[in-house]
Design a protein around this ligand. Structure first.
Ligand SMILES: CCC/C=C/C=C/C(=O)SCCNC(=O)CCNC(=O)[C@H](O)C(C)(C)COP(=O)(O)OP(=O)(O)OC[C@H]1O[C@@H](n2cnc3c(N)ncnc32)[C@H](O)[C@@H]1OP(=O)(O)O
Length: 303
């Protein structure tokens, strides 16, 4: 079933070129076909806005969402017209986490004739769920997540896979137990304090925006969603004016460095830069600097 749904999305994605499906302006016009849970818009070139669009269910993550995210971010990764992504949620709050009814058959009634086969299938299902957020990290474009109101359960898995976290308002970040789709793996390096990670994971207590900022879970707090979205788009604009070779190489190398030793990461970037330092972007910037031009006015071709 999951495979059928996924290949149906793939076929539709081939039939409808991604950019043709992208509407002109951002926010809450409903999902963008073929997606049923995501609205994909282009509020400003070359920024893509992905909005989780199930407001009537408080953006609960149903089965379609878990698959659509993978298709959406894989397409964005390949889309040379996109240099940065803003991700947000429609309606009252950012997300209420998993939609248990929609996912029950996958998790509570896994297929298989014996323990080994059930376990094998569960492993495949969990791998697929993990990919929903890992795909954000694998996408070379920076992803700014704009969180308003509550961010519950799997929402924390989602935001820890994003590159920059902004928050509006003062509701809770509620961390579920034994999350296996990214929180326990990514949160420790996001907020640095093992003690706090343990406390949040064991108690699933609420964490408010001010505390989230003080520990670096979010980098900026805004008074309301509107101001936050304007701030997110402004930040996205700043990023899109930089060399995409530099920005995307930086994301890839920052994530590599997080997961490797300093000597390994230095070796990796050494090999990376053997080719990437040959970019014309570097020459353009150097020339503009020599001519004392404003570096913000240098334009870089798409990647
Ligand atoms: C394999 C992956 C591993 C990952 C694990 C992750 C685990 C988790 O995510 S655990 C967290 C699960 N989520 C929850 O427990 C939240 C449940 N929802 C609520 O507590 C409240 O709805 C909330 C505080 C978010 C909002 O309250 P509000 O008064 O604003 O709205 P409601 O009237 O309660 O809800 C409106 C409609 O939305 C439906 N809904 C809300 N949350 C979910 C959800 N998580 N899944 C499915 N549906 C949800 C709710 O049923 C209402 O629907 P309807 O009755 O049809 O109007």
């Amino acid at each position: 079933m999951a495979y059928a749904l996924r290949s149906a999305f793939r076929k539709q994605a081939l039939l409808i070129p991604f950019l043709n499906a992208v509407r002109g302006m951002s926010s809450s016009g409903g999902p963008t076909p073929p997606f049923t849970t995501l609205s994909v818009t282009r509020p400003a070139e070359p920024t893509t806005h992905v909005e989780f669009c199930r407001p009537e269910k408080r953006n609960a993550m149903n089965k379609a969402y878990w698959l659509e995210m993978v298709d959406c971010f894989n397409q964005i990764a390949q889309d040379s017209e996109c240099r940065v992504v803003v991700f947000s949620g429609a309606g009252k709050l950012f997300t209420s986490g998993i939609d248990p009814m929609s996912m029950a058959s996958d998790i509570l009634q896994p297929e298989g004739d014996d323990t080994a086969r059930i376990s094998w299938n569960l492993r495949r299902v969990i791998t697929q769920y993990q990919e929903t957020f890992s795909v954000i990290e694998k996408c070379p474009k920076p992803v700014i997540v704009a969180i308003h109101g509550a961010c519950i359960g799997a929402g924390v898995d989602l935001i820890t896979a994003c590159d920059i976290r902004l928050h509006a308002g003062c509701l809770e970040v509620d961390i579920g137990l034994a999350a296996d789709v990214g929180t326990l793996q990514r949160l420790p390096s996001v907020i640095g304090s093992r003690s706090l990670v343990n406390e949040l994971a064991f108690t699933a207590r609420k964490m408010y925006a001010v505390e989230a900022k003080s520990y670096g879970l979010v980098s900026r707090v805004f008074p309301d969603k509107e101001t936050m979205m304007a701030g997110a788009l402004e930040m996205a604009g700043d990023i899109t004016r930089k060399s995409p070779v530099a920005v995307q190489g930086t994301k890839i190398n920052l994530i590599y460095s997080r997961d490797h030793s300093v000597p390994e990461a230095l070796n990796y970037i050494n090999t990376w830069n053997m080719s990437m330092l040959q970019t014309q972007d570097l020459m353009k910037s150097a020339q503009a600097a020599m001519e004392k031009k404003n570096l913000k006015e240098v334009t870089f071709s798409k990647l």
